[in-house]
Ligand binder design. Structure first.
Ligand SMILES: Nc1ncnc2c1ncn2[C@@H]1O[C@H](COP(=O)(O)OP(=O)(O)O)[C@@H](O)[C@H]1O
Ligand SMILES: [Mg+2]
Length: 341
């Protein structure tokens, strides 16, 4: 295909709207306009799709036509002008709800337009930390012990939970990302507060055993069975854990080490596990697979991100750069895998 038209989707309704915009600026800058015709579509916080002509420092939707999908016709129509936009491929640089959770992937399927990354089912499963854990546990992959709290159920007792999961707990929404709604808890009062915060993002909340371990991430690329795992990278979070601010604040002292220091056997085990989990959950295109590594070599699978960050500081593109695949080549590869799938 000569110079495919790429519909770059960014923004979105989720709490990670700003992260998405900052990833999209990088992706847009890396897309070679001699190779791709790029159409920019900004999704606002209300979920409206706007056709933009550029992606400057400020985003204005004033006078921007809306994009409306023409299901089954592999195209969108602009409103009000009624022009047809016919992308060859959709590139979703969206995180969280209505972006990374299978909804946009399902829309692409109904439109009959290929989309970069995982399909609807794998996206929905990986977005849902409870569903992911259940599948991994059923396949004997070590996950962190947890309990589930559903909105409206009685508040659990800290003493009962800590007898089972230890004195340090992590409370998190089942379907969120970027550490939004995640809290570390060491007392009854903190537990109540953490549950309230997490329930602002999801009706289903996980309460996990707090793990004292290293945070290790592996980038996986490609369509199984030809998918590849990068060498592992390590996050050294600034603060008690890798919170939203320690991820994205300009003053954060969080650092990454690529490749992470570990012996060859552990590295191979983690890379093999990343490849296995990716195939098991039905991933294709890309995903970042995140682990906790203990001093004794125990490896826990924490989560799988089907649209990892592409900001300046993001681990996924950094891991591939270390392996010799630069940012523009990585984006090109993702698009060609989507067109081949
Ligand atoms: N069980 C846990 N033990 C220790 N730290 C945790 C645990 N769960 C989460 N964290 C910390 O919180 C961060 C965010 O949690 P995570 O499960 O990765 O959700 P998100 O999808 O928001 O990134 C992790 O990177 C880690 O620093
Ligand atoms: Mg995470």
């Amino acid at each position: 295909m000569q110079r495919p038209t790429v519909l770059l989707l960014f923004g979105g309704e989720s709490s990670e709207h700003e992260v998405s915009i900052s990833s999209a600026r990088n992706v847009y800058a890396a897309l070679d306009d001699t190779k791709f015709d790029v159409v920019l579509c900004f999704i606002d916080k209300q979920g409206k799709w706007h056709l933009l002509t550029d992606l400057g420092m400020t985003i204005s939707t004033h006078d921007a036509p809306q994009l409306v999908p023409a299901l089954g016709s592999a195209c969108f129509m602009t409103v009000p002008a009624s022009h047809m936009i016919k992308p060859d491929v959709i590139l979703p640089v969206l995180h969280g709800k209505n972006g990374e959770d299978g909804s946009v992937q399902g829309l692409a399927q109904l439109l009959h337009i290929p989309i970069v990354g995982c399909d609807m089912t794998a996206s929905a499963i990986c977005m849902d930390k409870l569903a992911t854990k259940q599948i991994l546990a059923a396949n004997d992959i070590l996950i962190v012990d947890f309990e589930v709290h559903r909105q409206g159920e009685p508040k659990p007792d800290f003493a009962v939970l800590s007898a089972k999961l230890g004195n340090s707990l992590f409370v998190k929404p089942a379907r969120a990302g970027s550490s939004v709604g995640v809290s570390k808890v060491t007392s009854e009062t903190e537990l109540d507060r953490a549950l309230n915060i997490a329930h602002q993002h999801d009706t289903v909340v996980l309460i996990e055993r707090g793990i004292m371990g290293r945070e290790i991430e592996v980038a996986v690329l490609g369509n199984p069975p030809k998918h590849q795992a990068s060498r592992p990278g390590e996050i050294m979070a600034d603060g008690e854990f890798y919170s939203y601010d320690s991820k994205y604040s300009s003053t954060s002292g969080s650092t990454v080490t690529i490749p992470a220091e570990m012996n060859d056997e552990t590295e191979q085990r983690i890379r093999d596990l990343a490849l296995r989990v990716y195939a098991l959950l039905g991933c294709k295109g890309l995903a970042r697979v995140d682990f906790f590594l203990l001093d004794d070599g125990t490896v826990y699978l924490n989560e799988v991100n089907t649209i990892p960050g592409f900001t300046n500081i993001s681990m996924y593109p950094k891991l591939w750069r270390q392996a010799g695949l630069g940012y523009p080549e990585l984006i090109e590869r993702l698009i060609s895998d989507a067109l081949d799938a």
